[in-house]
Design a protein around this ligand. Structure first.
Ligand code: UD1
Length: 418
């Protein structure tokens, strides 16, 4: 087991380049099996979720080669439509493979997926979307069997704009005859990136970024070299790290245009932010001011993946603020750890009231999910004394060596074996 050991008090300064986005890379890796040609992705972060996805593809018969940050997938040898149980449980994104495997084999079997412990996270919308395309779905003993013998294009309507379900249907429909229209689609920037990737392979997808996506099926897709978009959540986390330490940091390769909600909250807290298309500069005050209210929403609302980092910031801000978590039902699990460090947070259901304190104190705390772990590291940067964040592996799911990135900016942080 590994942990992060953080000595609080250092002010972050410097320039850092933001990695490729986990939430873009994972569906794109799944979409790579829509062609038998070689697909090369550049700027793939060294995160365990991407490694697990590569492992699943290998078990299914693909050749995956990784060199530095570039990853090549050749799926000519793809032979399986049954996703391996252990890995599916480890990584929720294995569910993305349903769409492209159905497109290739017209059948697929998967176990119920795992992932972060941030809520119930059912997959009913994924399955309903696929049913709208004529897929017969049956479930038994924790397994899901999909029969796509009679798959066809058509209209798909989502009661809720699920990111993963939207992506799954886009991939399932990419090779179907005719036009598939997704109504009430999710509008996240990573969905636009998936559209760009499918189109770069020769597909015809339009409308991503709006509530209606149209997929005109093509006969065949071809290999491509592609660089996924930069990670807006990693960028947001690094800005939050600068903010909580009263620092001054510049980020390059930052998807500033996709970060309006986060930048607006950081400004509300007193940070001075200068933005250019791929560059962000933040200068934080010595003490942040509280924002009155933050509500998570599907994009372009405030991203749930940045909520807990903002809770860490709010816990040391001047004043009191309220956070409403509308996307996941169980995303305040780190409030208790922050309180152990001296924060004053009261949670009830989907609401948290955070009363800012002058000082946090180092403690031994535990990451329970990916973003929560990052938030505890942020709190440690500001706390007096030493903070140990256990279960570093959960943070590694989505941050490429977070400790190295923060240390580069001057943080006193290292990884330890425990
Ligand atoms: C994706 C992101 C994740 C982010 C989330 C919301 C990836 C790999 N992960 O997850 O980092 O936090 O979007 O921005 O891109 N839901 C259902 N039924 C379904 C599917 C979802 O009820 O079939 C519910 C979920 O439980 C949750 C909400 O819808 O409450 C949002 O989930 P969704 O948009 O699907 O998120 P993910 O694609 O899982």
């Amino acid at each position: 087991m590994e942990a992060f050991l953080v000595e609080g008090g250092a002010r972050l300064e410097g320039t850092l380049r933001v990695d490729g986005a986990k939430n873009a890379v994972l569906p794109i890796l799944a979409a790579a099996i829509l062609t038998e040609d070689a697909v090369t992705l550049e700027d793939v972060p060294r995160i365990t979720d991407a490694m697990h996805m590569a492992e699943i593809l290998t078990i299914l018969g693909c050749r995956v080669e990784q060199q530095g940050k570039s990853m090549m997938v050749r799926s000519g040898g793809l032979h399986g439509w049954e996703m391996p149980d252990r890995l599916s449980k480890q990584i929720r994104s294995s569910i993305f493979l349903l769409g492209p495997i159905l497109a290739r084999f017209r059948k697929a079997t998967v176990t119920y997926p795992g992932g972060c412990e941030i809520g119930l996270r059912p997959i009913d919308l994924h399955l309903r979307g696929l049913r709208s395309l004529g897929v017969k779905v049956s479930e038994s003993g924790g397994m899901i069997y999909c029969d796509g013998a009679h798959m066809r294009s058509g209209d798909v309507y989502f009661d809720y704009p699920s990111v993963g379900a939207t992506e799954n249907v886009m991939m399932a429909a990419a090779l179907l005859d005719g036009v598939t229209a997704i109504h009430n689609a999710a509008r996240e920037p990573e969905i636009v990136d998936l559209q760009n990737f499918i189109n770069a392979m020769g597909g015809d997808v339009r409308g991503a970024g709006s509530q209606m996506i149209e997929i005109r099926g093509v006969k065949q897709l071809r290999g491509v070299r592609y660089t996924p978009m930069a990670d807006r959540i990693v960028a947001g986390t690094l800005l939050a790290a600068a903010a909580i330490t009263g620092g001054e940091v510049e980020l390059t390769n930052a998807p500033a245009g996709d970060m309006v909600a986060v930048l607006s909250k950081l400004r509300e807290m007193g940070c001075c932010i200068h933005e250019e298309p791929e560059r962000l500069h933040i200068r934080a005050p010595e003490r942040l001011g509280a924002f009155a209210q933050l509500q998570t929403q599907p994009h372009p609302g405030f991203p749930t993946d940045m909520q807990v980092q903002m809770m860490a910031l709010l816990s040391v801000a001047q004043g009191t603020g309220v956070i409403l978590e509308n996307v996941f039902e169980n995303r305040f699990t780190h409030a208790g750890d922050l309180n152990r460090m001296g924060a004053r947070i009261l949670c009830s259901g989907r609401t948290a009231v955070v009363q800012g304190v002058e000082q946090l104190y180092g403690a031994r705390v535990t990451a329970r999910d990916l973003r929560g772990g990052a938030a505890l590291v942020l709190a440690g940067l500001r706390a007096q004394g030493l903070t140990q964040v256990d279960q570093a592996h959960l943070v590694d799911r989505g941050y490429d060596h977070l400790e190295t990135q923060l240390a580069f900016l001057g943080a006193k942080i290292r990884r330890i074996d425990i």
